[in-house]
Design a binder for this molecule. Structure first.
Ligand code: SF4
Length: 373
């Protein structure tokens, strides 16, 4: 039974130079047609879904503003009905977090705001091409916490020119702000982004790999020393404040998803909507199929994916629970890869659990091909 849903809101004020997400910048003229299209797509759900978690991501959902947010919730609540205890998350740009926006979010039942702060240092924010300053992040966090929302703050590392000391200062500032959750992401250089083309012209330099690792270790050490649980490769939470929606993804539970580029999953098949916002709108409004990629996995492929997402969690993968959920034994599925990781000190067994060590976490993205291939 589906208890989780994602809604993609593809609007941003401007496109940050490193970002390759599904979005349109400076195209607020499309908002009306987007709302029409997403209302139609909600109609795919014939019976209202009772939800444990609902996540509005983007893009920047807060770019809809207070009235736009009310309208979106007015449409979605016809088909997506969060339980009274549900976690309802919304991604926000610090500049959008006005008292009016906070009032609208509270009215709509939002419980948790994921703030795209990225840094509390002016030069790092400028290097990341962000449109807000450190004072905007501080003000947004203070307003949200005092209004009773749970707050997750995104921080980025390995920004152009960023030092280890600057990352440590960001971590200390985030801890001092009192947020309940921090997500720490290392800058990635995606094809087709402005950053990648500036890199190819020699105008931007990526951080050295050793510096990237030192920054990640500083995040682990700094946040865990401050009482945060490191519960997934990139995610840290004060006890009781993990993101329940992301935990559903990492458990490979089925979920619904709406909006351009949004991927839904029924346990075996992942269907991703067309990634172009305009194409998605046009197809939905004309009654055409707006799906882009359809990834119909075999049971074995789904089990391999379950292993990878499970190992991203610090608790790792429980052998018995894995067999019960996937029908596969860990060693039958990936015995040679697991043995290599253990010998190399990248993974360890702890009773029935298999988990990555800290050394494994630092190189985790490079390990998955061993299992997925
Ligand atoms: S605000 Fe977020 S989603 Fe929008 S362009 Fe910047 S990084 Fe991408």
């Amino acid at each position: 039974m589906i208890r989780h849903a994602y809604v993609h809101v593809p609007f941003c004020r401007h496109r940050c130079g490193y970002c390759d997400f599904t979005l349109v910048a400076g195209r607020d003229d499309l908002i009306e047609r987007y709302l029409d299209a997403v209302r139609r797509e909600f109609g795919r759900v014939t019976e209202p879904l009772r939800l444990d978690t609902l996540y509005l991501g983007g893009g920047t959902p807060s770019h809809l503003g207070p009235e736009g947010l009310r309208r979106l919730f007015g449409l979605l609540l016809e088909r997506l009905q969060p339980e009274p205890s549900a976690e309802v998350s919304l991604e926000a740009n610090p500049l959008d977090v006005t008292p009016e926006f906070i009032a609208a979010a509270a009215e709509c039942g939002v419980t948790r705001v994921s703030l795209g702060g990225q840094s509390l240092d002016a030069s790092t924010l400028a290097a990341l091409d962000r449109d807000h300053g450190p004072g905007d992040v501080r003000l947004a966090v203070e307003r949200l916490l005092s209004a009773g929302f749970e707050v997750s703050l995104d921080l980025m590392t390995a920004a152009p020119g960023q030092s280890l000391a600057a990352v440590e200062a960001d971590l200390a500032a985030a801890i001092a702000l009192g947020v309940q959750h921090v997500s720490v992401y290392c800058l990635t250089w995606e094809q087709g982004t402005a950053f990648q083309s500036r890199r190819q012209k020699g105008l931007l330099q990526p951080a050295e790999e050793s510096l990237e690792r030192a920054m990640f270790e500083a995040a682990i050490d700094g946040l865990t020393a401050a009482g945060f649980e490191h519960y997934e490769v990139s995610n840290f939470a004060r006890p009781g404040h993990r993101c329940r929606h992301n935990e559903a993804y990492w458990d490979c539970r089925p979920w619904e998803a709406f909006g351009p580029g949004a991927a839904r999953f029924d346990g075996l098949t992942r269907i991703t909507n067309h990634r172009s916002t305009t194409t998605w709108i046009n197809r939905v409004l004309s009654g055409a199929d707006a799906s882009g990629d359809v990834d119909a996995m075999t049971a074995e492929a789904a089990a391999r994916e379950r292993l990878v997402v499970g190992l991203r969690r610090r608790a790792g993968v429980d052998r018995d629970a894995f067999r019960a959920a996937s029908g596969y034994d860990l060693d039958q599925l990936a015995g040679p890869a697991i043995a290599r990781w253990i010998v190399a000190g990248l993974a360890e067994r702890d009773g029935p659990a298999l988990r990555l060590t800290r050394a494994g976490l630092l190189v985790s993205d490079a390990l998955w091909a061993d299992v997925l291939a």
